[in-house]
Ligand binder design. Structure first.
Ligand SMILES: Cc1cc2nc3c(=O)[nH]c(=O)nc-3n(C[C@H](O)[C@H](O)[C@H](O)COP(=O)(O)OP(=O)(O)OC[C@H]3O[C@@H](n4cnc5c(N)ncnc54)[C@H](O)[C@@H]3O)c2cc1C
Length: 256
């Protein structure tokens, strides 16, 4: 709105369409309700239990037959793993994830391992439908596999991977977030503060932490994000970009 004040009066609507029955499905009911309440207050139209079928010629077609005219569609319906050539089809599961056993070993192989988002493991009793594709699963999986490889090297039996869920958080808007910790749930400003704190802690180096904290503080106080990409019309030049020896001039626009 600050950068494009002219869109304020366009009667713009934001629609959030989800095929599932709730927002933030993996989180607690409290977090789901808070997300819906905050977004509605911000004027977002929420459409649940409805899949997006198609987008063509400026129209989003929904499974119930309705159509939303728009030129701005943001598609955010999940992650598909990158194909790994050479693996048999039988070890590729949902979302192209690689099926692994309890030791993160690719099914049917002796010495190929897969971790994190890329793997699909159903042997963890608390996660029979696979782990969520989040950073903690990848981090813990990596640490666990490192220990297992050491065990393997020492001719000891490997230990099965069990994910320790330390909780989930989601930012919904400025000053509003939800946080599901193992024993407690928070929402609103306090959850938002926890979110900031937890994302600053793992940064390497005190200077980086202070720099990010200050940058965030400045953005929040001034409503002015520090990260900017300014695109200006540039002079048209003849020849290819390689011939010009100037790759910063893209499509007649210079990236400053
Ligand atoms: C927009 C977005 C927001 C997210 N927010 C959160 C969040 O708030 N909290 C959270 O916990 N998780 C979040 N996630 C999920 C989180 O980023 C992933 O779960 C996590 O990064 C998985 O780690 P990984 O090591 O399995 O994969 P990645 O981090 O994706 O690492 C895979 C790496 O492999 C490289 N690669 C791919 N193919 C090849 C190849 N053929 N050869 C060599 N290298 C290759 C890729 O370039 C990449 O660097 C978010 C993800 C996205 C996309």
């Amino acid at each position: 709105m600050k950068e494009y004040p002219e869109i304020r009066d366009f009667g713009t609507h934001i629609f959030l369409v989800d095929a599932g029955p709730v927002l933030l499905a993996p989180m607690s009911k409290k977090a789901q309700e808070e997300a819906a309440t905050v977004l509605k207050k911000l004027g977002v139209h929420i459409i649940l239990n409805t899949a997006v079928k198609d987008y063509s010629q400026g129209k989003v077609h929904l499974a119930d037959g309705s159509v939303l005219p728009t030129n701005a569609l943001i598609w955010a319906s999940g992650v598909i793993a990158r194909e790994v050539p050479g693996l048999p089809k039988e070890v590729i599961g949902r979302g192209r994830r690689i099926l692994v056993d309890e030791f993160n070993r690719v099914q049917g192989t002796a010495n190929i391992f897969a971790l994190g988002d890329l793997c699909y493991q159903t042997t963890d009793p608390n996660f029979p439908n696979g782990h969520p594709q989040v950073a903690q699963v990848a981090i813990q999986g990596g640490q666990h596999l490192a220990k297992n490889l050491k065990l393997l090297e020492d001719n000891h039996p490997m230990k099965p991977f069990r994910y320790k869920d330390k909780g989930s958080m989601a930012i919904i808007s400025k000053y509003k977030a939800v946080a599901d910790l193992p024993k407690l749930s928070f929402k609103g400003f306090f959850a938002w503060m926890i979110w900031l704190f937890i994302h600053i802690i793992p940064l390497v180096g005190f200077r980086n932490k202070i720099k990010l904290a200050f940058s965030w503080f400045w953005s929040f106080v001034t409503n002015d994000p520090t990260l900017r990409l300014i695109i200006r019309p540039g002079k048209k030049r003849k020849g290819t970009l390689a011939e010009q020896g100037n790759l910063s001039n893209v499509g007649g626009k210079s990236l400053v």
